[in-house]
Design a protein. Structure first.
Length: 107
């Protein structure tokens, strides 16, 4: 896998895809990010990050069923895979290690 380092925004997207448990698509990911981080993000930024995470091998996409609310069009849904879970765990461990090294009176 080329480029398996996770940026901060990629980490947020990957966590959100995991939280949504197979119901993740552009709009739901955007709504969750905005709801839980108070960050405004564009749908194009979400889509480009989802595509990048899929190329890195951390998520998989599939086409969901057609929906009347979408004019009969299907959604591209995303789910986290084992590589994505491992990447998140690695980032979590690294962050916890660094936090534990931070002197107590430095903040």
């Amino acid at each position: 896998m080329k480029g398996t380092h996770l940026g901060e925004f990629e980490e947020l997207i990957l966590l959100t895809v995991g939280i949504l448990k197979g119901d993740a698509y552009g709009i739901t990911v955007m709504d969750e990010i905005e709801k839980h981080t108070d960050r405004r993000v564009s749908i194009s930024t979400i889509h480009s990050t989802l595509n990048r995470l899929e190329k890195k091998g951390f998520i998989e996409s599939y086409v969901g069923g057609a929906s009347p609310t979408r004019g009969g069009r299907s959604k591209r849904l995303y789910r986290i895979n084992a590589s994505g879970q491992q990447a998140l765990e690695k980032v979590r461990v690294q962050r916890e290690k660094l936090w534990s090294l931070l002197p107590k009176n430095s903040l």
